[in-house]
Design a protein around this ligand. Sequence first.
Ligand code: PLP
Ligand code: COI
Length: 340
Amino acid sequence: MEKQNIDWANLGFGYITTDKRYVSNFKDGAWDEGALISDANITMSECAGVLQYAQTIFEGLKAYTTEDGHIVCFRPDLNAARLADSARRMEMPVFPEDRFVESIKQVVRANDSWVPPYGSGATLYIRPYMFGSNAVIGVKPATEYQYRAFVTPVGPYFKGGAKPLTIKIADFDRAAPRGTGHIKAGLNYAMSLHAIVQAHAEGYDENLYPDAATRTKIEETGGANIIFIKYNKFITVKSDSILPSITRRSLEYVAEHYLGMEVEEREIPIEELTEFEEAGLCGTAAVISPVGKIVNSGKEICFPSGMEKMGPKIQKLYDTLTGIQMGRIEAPEGWIYTIE
Ligand code: PLP
Ligand code: COI
């Protein structure tokens, strides 16, 4: 296939309409057989559950071109399982997990000219999602849903690529105890928009949310989990109100089994931030984006790794993870799904 004529190296994290998207509708208690379609627009009731009460959930994963020229994606089975968890929490029907993986393969294959070439610095972002599509005016779940997956080629999530970020401890809360912080519901992102606009206006790259109950422990940012390095330890947050990042769970394995690091998943008090050597945000979009500075009520916490480049241990984690994703390093069994 001929690749699209795109300046891959200078892509940002934006939406570009591609050729095909996968669509399946749920009605009368069952999902239809699904299909790839060309129409990028959606027509639905003005009173649809998603429009009135934000009944929508989503996922994010990527397809990569490997060193030897295959198109692969990374652990889509975990996205399938997490979308199912999100659906159950939002009173939505589960899109069968095997069909989810199949839909990802189909939509990537149908848009293969949009998959950035190996070494270009870009990747194909895949956005599966599901929403309540029929009219509801009383507060209750919809009875009809649409599952959809589109793709768009993307570059780095944060402008400036691998330059360390400056983030602030958020003035707002993200997720309440027993709330929806652990699922990927649109509502978690809708409520973060005011906080991110404000943080950007103040010159910060992102918000680091503290736990809503006590505001003494850190949780995660608006779109990524956070990881820290102390000595030879890889330390991440344990909390019921953060999204269980697939990147973070993969990095825990990489740290232990590929890099011989000790892994700790535990509560992290804000006070401990001064003790870390390196920090990074991790996620599908963020990959691993280094953090150089965290500002807490005007007080700066500067990591010894500095503001110029990634610290050495975060760099090793980044190189190993992306090496696995792009086929340069052997992957643990079951992590890589070959599409083409
Ligand atoms: N946390 C939040 C709030 C996110 O939106 C994301 C992005 O998906 C992540 C963490 C990272 O999760 P993953 O590594 O599965 O992409
Ligand atoms: C992802 O990493 O896939 C996400 O959904 C994060 C989002 C903020 C772009």
